[in-house]
Design a protein around this ligand. Structure first.
Ligand SMILES: [Zn+2]
Length: 337
């Protein structure tokens, strides 16, 4: 089979579980990323029982990816001794842009995957109802079902990582737009003469406040900063370390990034009037201290009447958030058929 070489590199991790908590209904969560594809089997409570990973770059063609994911789900089911009939739905979190359950052209995945019908293809191969969500929407559903936003009716999730994205819960339902792409928050143009973005526009929020943007500013301003000159890498981690060590250049880079991120969040406050904005993603996960500066700017630019209603908090789901988000998408989508 074409995916055999890929599967030889898999890493399977089994999570301990209480035998008394066995359930008849299981769900699969598939988190497709530019580096890896994480596959997990869990239950409706969000517990991941078993998971494994595939290396994205080793799968050249989209159909092979679907074969490999299906094979992986089968192996994981066998490993925990459940049948395919006990799998109620497969949830997938995928980089956008999407057109429903299909991939459009995406910069994060191999070019040969363009146009891939993830939803139809996985459903055909597995015989299990499949639900595909934009990865930020899936992560929002994870935080909403299992994390910081549990039980809220109005919540926005924002990821700040190499890029920036958002997912919305409005009136107790996910709000993903007609194609599933709502929440392209990172591509709101905040500065029309700003840096060129990978989407082709200038001055998107992602070019001003993401981990990639912070690293770019470190490179641009290294001559002003003895701390950055001595740093082992010009990345966002070095900028945060410099700011904690009171390096004025690093502090100024983060002030600028927090300014635009807070400004962007104020648009979400005014548009959605959410109870909570949950901040996740790699940059936020390591720097909860930064949230105070972001809140300050959000308060500054939001309508005075609306800011007091919103809490801005860090995400609660950790490194497994991608698979848990995809699992949440499966749990929420199981009634779609
Ligand atoms: Zn952009």
């Amino acid at each position: 089979m074409a995916c055999a070489t890929t599967l030889s590199r898999e890493t399977i991790q089994e999570h301990p579980r209480d035998e008394g908590e066995k359930t008849l209904d299981y769900f699969a969560g598939v988190d497709i990323g530019g580096t890896k594809i994480a596959v997990g089997i869990g239950d409706a409570s969000g517990s991941i029982i078993v998971e494994s990973q595939l290396v994205t770059a080793e799968i050249a063609e989209g159909g092979q990816a679907l074969d490999a994911i299906t094979d992986q789900i089968n192996q994981l089911c066998q490993k925990i001794g459940i049948t395919r009939q006990q799998l109620r739905a497969i949830g997938v979190g995928s980089p956008g842009p999407l057109d429903g359950g299909k991939l459009l052209k995406t910069a994060n995945l191999p070019e040969q995957w363009d146009g891939l019908d993830i939803e139809g293809g996985l459903e055909l191969r597995s015989g299990v109802l499949t639900v595909v969500e934009n990865d930020a929407t899936a992560a929002a559903m994870g935080e909403w079902l299992y994390g910081a936003g549990k039980g809220l009716r109005h919540m926005v999730y924002v990821t700040v990582s190499t890029g920036i994205g958002a997912g919305m819960v409005v009136n107790g339902m996910r709000d993903a737009g007609i194609q599933g792409n709502a929440g392209e928050f990172g591509h709101l143009v905040m500065k029309t003469d700003g840096p060129l973005c990978r989407c082709g526009k200038h001055g998107c929020l992602e070019t001003l406040s993401s981990g990639t943007a912070i690293a770019r500013m470190a490179t641009e301003r290294v001559a002003d900063s003895p701390f950055l000159q001595a740093a082992s890498a010009l990345d966002s981690a070095s900028v945060f370390a410099g700011a904690y060590a009171n390096d004025p250049t690093c502090q100024s880079i983060l002030e600028s990034a927090a300014f635009y991120l807070g400004l962007g969040l104020s648009y979400l406050v005014n548009l959605y009037n959410p109870q909570m904005i949950v901040l996740g993603g790699g940059v936020m996960a390591h720097h909860h201290e930064w949230i105070a500066a972001i809140r300050e700017n959000t308060k500054r630019f939001s309508m005075d009447a609306m800011y007091p209603a919103v809490q801005i908090v860090p995400a609660q789901l950790g490194t497994a958030s991608g698979v848990q988000g995809a699992l949440a998408a499966a749990v929420m989508g199981q009634t779609r058929a």
